[in-house]
Structure formats: C-alpha cells, structure tokens
Design a protein around this ligand. Structure first.
Ligand SMILES: NC(=O)c1ccc[n+]([C@@H]2O[C@H](COP(=O)([O-])OP(=O)(O)OC[C@H]3O[C@@H](n4cnc5c(N)ncnc54)[C@H](O)[C@@H]3O)[C@@H](O)[C@H]2O)c1
Length: 316
C-alpha cells in the first residue's frame, strides 16, 4: 500500500511505516508541495500524511480515489474539509496531546517575553547600546495576582492555565464546555468572552479555528481590553482581526502582543514589523524534538490502524 507524505517529517513515523511494509513516498523539497503535484500524488495513494500548509478541499478529496485516511500532522485541522472527506468515506486524524506541553510552553514564553519586553531589551544589548543599569530601563509587568484569561480551555488552554497559576495568576476562562479541573484545582472562573476581555491582564488564545471562531476577536470586543493588557495567540491567526490588533498596538491601547500564528501565513502584515510592542514568531508552537517525533509516530500509527481495518487512534 502507498502512503504519501507531503513533506519530510521526523523519521520515527516514516521508519515505522516502512518497517510495516508500506511503500512510503515523501515530497522532499523544503516548501509546500505545489497543488498540481499534490493532486498527482494523491490519485494513487492509500493514505496521506499532510501538514497544515496543505489545503485539502473538495477538489483534492475528489482525486483521492483509493485514499482511506488523511492523517494531519497537527492538532488543528482547519486546512481540511473534513466533513466532505468523511462523506467520501475517508477518515481524518490529527495529533492531539503529544504537542500540548510544547505549545503551552511557547504560549507562556510569549507571555513572559511580552511582560518583560525581552526582545526589545535583547536588541538593545546586541546593538551595543547597553550603557549600564538604569532605574527605569524596560519596565515590564509582574505576573503575580494578574488576571489570566484563557480562551478555549481544552488541552493546551488547561496546560497554559496550570503554568500561569504556578506564576501566581488568577485564572479566568472562556470556553463552550465547563472545565472541572480548572474550576476545582485552580479556582478558575468561567466567564463570557466580553467579561474575560474586560477583566484580563493577560489573554492567551487556545481555540480551534472554525466558522464560529473566525475573527471572534474583532473591532466590537477588542476595545474592551485593558491598556495594560497582553494578548498572546498560539492558536490560529484568523481568530483575531489583525487589522484591529495592529491599530490597538500602534495606538498603545494594549501593552503588547505575542504571536506565533497569522491570518495569511506565511505572509505577515507589514505593519507588524514596524511595531516594537509585538513579538512575532514563525509558527513554532509544537516545534520541539519530543513533540515532533511523537506527532510523526502518532500520524503513522493512525495510518496503520485505518489501513489495517481498525479504528483510528485520534480521529477528528
Ligand atoms: N502554534 C502552534 O504551533 C499550535 C500547536 C498546537 C495547536 N495549535 C492550535 O491550538 C488549538 C487548540 O488545541 P487543543 O489541543 O488545546 O484543542 P482542544 O480541542 O483540546 O481545545 C479547544 C477548546 O476550545 C473550546 N472551544 C471550541 N470552540 C469554541 C467556541 N466557539 N467558543 C468557546 N470555546 C470553544 C473547546 O471546547 C475546547 O475546550 C488547535 O486547534 C490548533 O489550531 C497551534
């Protein structure tokens, strides 16, 4: 059976597939596969391991004549028309849990980097402009006793809440489902989105991207943010209206933003580059050796399960 992988991923999953006797072919250029090449590849394969850079829409799915499973190498699956795939009898899987700690660590790094203005301070030193200790050099913000708003209290949101709690923050959260762990163990309060935006000193976004969350943070509600607040997005860029965010940063209506994801990746709105109160990362939430190796293994195990007639381990 043929498995097509849309980019070189860490070896554990590829080795496992080969060991099981599958024929594995990998698009081996260090860029997203051109659409016409992707269409050619998917025509004859039994399974696809895809990345979030591949848009798998109706046109692509219709070409998948033999494909039984699309194993997305990510927990988010907004790049796949999964309802259509399911209608066509193709199982779609993702890689939850194995990247939760890595992404939560990165969200927390962005919070701390924003709060303590680390990139700005580091740039000053590198520019050979450090002239000695000053009483008001890069005044930042402490985390203790701050209201920490989690948007989307699922796997990653819960881990970020635990980390923030350890720093002395008070946890408030917005989620469509009550999170018993947060409420009992961290004394967190579940509030409406508007109240979270009004009360938070720090906001960290961990919602999935879908029709309901597209531009959920927009002109109407972002104005509720405190002038001293920090907003961090390691979920998906489209959840925040970036034009409004840029305006808020430019006019100092918030303190800072930390972004790992963007509306139109890899294109980043040029206004962001000129702002010193935003930290811009290149979508590296799950980029640790541990997470990426385990994502590779989990994607492969999902493929093996479906192709051997068993239930997928982590279907979406
Ligand atoms: N930056 C990165 O590299 C990176 C890495 C991993 C995940 N992510 C993103 O993080 C997202 C969250 O991952 P997760 O594993 O925590 O997912 P999850 O499904 O465990 O958590 C999402 C939470 O949001 C809640 N939710 C969903 N829709 C909602 C809505 N409309 N209103 C309120 N709450 C809603 C769900 O109930 C759930 O608790 C992923 O979908 C992915 O896009 C990004």
């Amino acid at each position: 059976m043929k498995i097509f992988i849309t980019r070189e991923i860490p070896s554990p999953g590829i080795e496992l597939l080969k060991k099981k006797g599958y024929q594995v072919s990998v698009y081996n250029k260090d860029k997203p596969i051109p659409r016409k090449d992707f269409i050619n590849e998917v025509k004859n394969c039994d399974a696809v391991i895809s990345l979030l850079t591949e848009k798998i829409d109706k046109e692509i799915i219709d070409k998948m004549k033999y494909c039984k499973v699309i194993a997305n190498y990510a927990v988010g699956y907004n790049n796949i028309d999964f309802e259509y795939a399911q209608r066509k009898g193709i199982v779609v899987t993702n890689t939850p849990d194995v990247l939760t700690d890595s992404t939560a660590d990165l969200a927390m790094s962005l919070v701390l980097a924003c709060a303590r203005r680390i990139p700005e301070a580091e740039a000053l030193v590198r520019a050979r402009k450090f002239k000695g200790w000053k009483p008001q050099l890069f005044l930042g913000m402490e985390l203790r006793n701050k209201n920490f708003g989690i948007l989307g209290a699922g796997r990653i949101g819960t881990e970020v809440a635990k980390r923030a709690h350890a720093f002395g923050c008070k946890i408030i959260y917005y989620s469509d489902i009550k999170n018993n762990f947060l409420e009992t163990k961290l004394k967190a309060k579940r509030l409406s989105l508007n109240l979270i935006l009004k009360q938070s000193d720090i906001i960290s976004i961990h919602l999935p991207l879908n029709k309901k969350t597209y531009n959920l943070l927009n002109e109407t509600n972002l104005r509720f943010l405190k002038k001293s607040s920090i907003i961090v997005n390691t979920a998906r860029g489209e959840i925040v209206d970036e034009k409004v965010l840029i305006y808020m940063l430019k006019t100092k209506k918030i303190f800072a933003a930390g972004l790992d994801v963007y509306e139109d990746e890899p294109n980043i709105k040029k206004e962001f580059y000129n702002l010193d109160n935003v930290i811009l990362l290149p979508h590296i939430g799950s980029s640790t050796t541990e997470a990426r190796n385990n994502m590779s293994l989990l994607a492969a195990k999902n493929v093996i399960a479906v192709l051997s007639g068993k239930k997928a381990i982590t279907p979406v």
